[in-house]
Write a protein that binds this ligand. Structure first.
Ligand code: ATP
Length: 437
């Protein structure tokens, strides 16, 4: 984990938020490579669940919502974590922390002190409150959304009226969510501000089990399709006592993070809880009318809910390799070609030869029109290769003295490190073939 955190900082993927002020716990900023990786991941998800399908509509709902939404959803009354506080080290221990020992109730798993004690279990609401309006006194209290899901439930009627979909159909959105997390974050695994990618898939109640299974498989395959190793992923079905009171079933897709197996995405069968609740609190009917059967009913909802930041971390961890090359150690991020932040780097072999630099710059400009391409001449070729390997660049195009004569450049493959000479006027075609293969 330390190696990944260090690579992220060194190469500009992820930085501690407000670092020059000492940082802010559990909040992180994405740097130049991090934002590209994150955007690529979002694009891949959007394409798979919205653009490539006919039954899912994309959405982008507001972060701020009417305060009643959070009453209806049950977040105000029950979106709480339960903790014991250690009176010695002041650390907070989750009530379900597996290290806590009921036979030694005063033993703190954080500092190991046994005797002075832990407090009784206390509730902490995870919602971040904010005030709308110019004056705090007159303002209305509401919350930064702790999940994107509610923005889709409250638009159910708008979608029925504007798009007239037939069941089964879904809504999908990517967006920020906020939770006042108080336990340690494991880098970007648990943060206070994070992005979710969520689908709300509306189905006939009788089809709910079938679609729950379908989405668990679909989402599992999406991760492996983008390169996560199968052996680092597993499905975990929630036992009855772990389910939310309204949920009929929930399966987590877990990833074997460097700190252990943990949730990457949850796929829940939420039954008709959300539509019923919002109907009750808004007094707007939220039933679906089935023309063929001539009846109204509440559809069930299957919800695949994943985290972008957790996924970025999983893809980084999975792609991280250290390989011995002659007497050197190369660090390489073997990210899938759809996720790699940079596709091509153009590197001049001799930066003090103006003709080589000019040709390399021209090639880079030209390739930029087709692929995310960078130009770099700030170090020796060995160092430049290592640098590009560390950020997962798929191909390096090197321009040398020979290139001036034979009009060819060397294309180096990130994973195999094999090099081949390619005619400069065929570079675009050559790289396109490789990238679309
Ligand atoms: P956990 O049990 O780890 O707190 P959760 O079950 O509360 O997660 P959900 O409410 O199901 O999480 O949210 C759906 C997804 O959103 C999670 O699978 C995760 O990928 C992401 N997520 C939730 N909370 C956080 C967070 N604090 N930081 C980063 N990602 C998060």
């Amino acid at each position: 984990m330390n190696k990944i955190v260090s690579l992220c900082k060194r190469r500009g993927f992820i930085f501690q938020s407000s670092e020059i002020y000492g940082g802010l716990a559990n909040t992180w900023d994405y740097g130049p490579y991090g934002v590209e990786l994150k955007n690529n991941l979002k694009r891949a998800w959007w394409k798979a669940v919205v653009n490539d399908r006919d039954d899912i509509f994309g959405m982008d709902a507001a972060i701020l919502m009417h305060p009643k939404v959070w009453e209806a959803s049950g977040h105000i009354s029950s979106f709480k974590d339960k903790y014991r506080d250690c009176l010695v080290c002041k650390k907070r221990i989750k009530s379900d922390d597996p290290r806590w020992n009921p036979k030694k109730p005063n033993w703190c798993p954080e500092c190991g002190h046994d005797g002075i004690g832990l407090t009784d279990i206390r509730d902490f609401n995870l919602m971040l409150k904010t005030t709308l309006g110019a004056l705090e006194i007159q303002g209305i209290d509401t919350y930064l959304r702790p999940e994107t899901a509610q923005g889709m439930f409250v638009n159910f009627l708008n979608i029925l009226d504007s798009r007239h979909p037939k069941l089964p159909f879904g809504l999908a959105q990517i967006g920020k969510a906020f939770r006042n997390e108080v336990t340690p974050g494991n880098f970007t695994f648990r943060t206070r501000e994070f992005e979710q990618m969520e689908i709300e898939y509306f189905v006939e109640p009788k089809d709910a089990d079938k679609f729950h299974e379908y989405w668990v498989k679909e989402r599992f395959d999406w991760y492996t399709g983008l390169g996560l190793k199968k052996e680092n992923l597993r499905k975990r079905q929630h036992p009855k006592d772990e389910l939310a009171h309204y949920a009929k079933a929930c399966t987590d897709i877990e990833y074997n993070f460097p700190f252990g197996w943990s949730e990457l995405e949850g796929i829940a069968n939420r039954a008709d809880f959300d539509l019923r609740q919002h109907e009750e609190y808004s007094s707007k009917e939220l039933k679906y009318f089935d023309d063929a059967a001539g009846e109204k009913f509440y559809p069930y909802i299957i919800e695949p809910s994943g985290g972008i930041d957790r996924s970025v971390l999983a893809f980084l961890a999975d792609a991280y390799y250290e390989e011995k090359v002659k007497d050197d150690l190369r660090t390489v991020l073997k990210l899938d070609k759809n996720l790699a932040p940079t596709k091509v780097a153009v590197l001049p072999l001799l930066k003090n030869r103006p003709q080589i630099v000019e040709l390399a710059r021209k090639i880079a400009q030209d390739l930029k029109k087709c692929f995310i391409t960078v130009y770099d001449d700030t170090a020796s070729i060995g160092k430049l290769y290592r640098r590009q390997d560390e950020v997962g660049t798929l191909y390096c195009v090197t321009v040398d003295v020979q290139s001036l004569e034979d009009k060819q450049a060397t294309v180096r493959d990130r994973d195999t490190m094999k090099q081949e000479r390619v005619s400069i006027d065929r570079l675009k075609e050559h790289l396109s073939d490789k990238l679309s293969n």
